[in-house]
Write a protein that binds this ligand. Structure first.
Ligand SMILES: [Zn+2]
Length: 101
């Protein structure tokens, strides 16, 4: 077991076959040296947090949409929901490129 922890799930890392691996994520983890690498390593975590936040907002806004009969409010809520759904898709797409590694 190494002193470093996984940037995604914070589990302790293990050195297996010359590379650092997170057993929980079942993925190799690259040792972080520079600021930009920190950013890349933490991106899947940031995206997951973003997706969780979007889902929570979708839930809250859907509840509001169910309650309102005000056309202007329905329009605003629909537009907001639409952009949240788009953002969610973009985040999932971006996340896939990291999850494939
Ligand atoms: Zn992990």
């Amino acid at each position: 077991m190494l002193s470093e922890v996984c940037p995604v799930c914070s589990s302790p890392l293990f050195e297996i076959g010359g590379e650092m691996r997170c057993l929980r994520c079942d993925k190799p983890v690259v040792r972080v040296r520079e600021e930009s690498e920190v950013y890349v390593a933490s991106t899947p975590l940031v995206l997951t947090q973003l997706e969780n936040a979007i889902v929570a907002k979708l839930d809250a806004l859907t509840a509001l949409l169910q309650q309102t009969t005000e056309p202007e409010e329905i329009k605003q809520l629909s537009e907001t929901l639409s952009s949240l759904v788009k953002l969610f898709h973009e985040s999932r797409k971006l996340g896939e490129t990291f999850r494939k590694q």
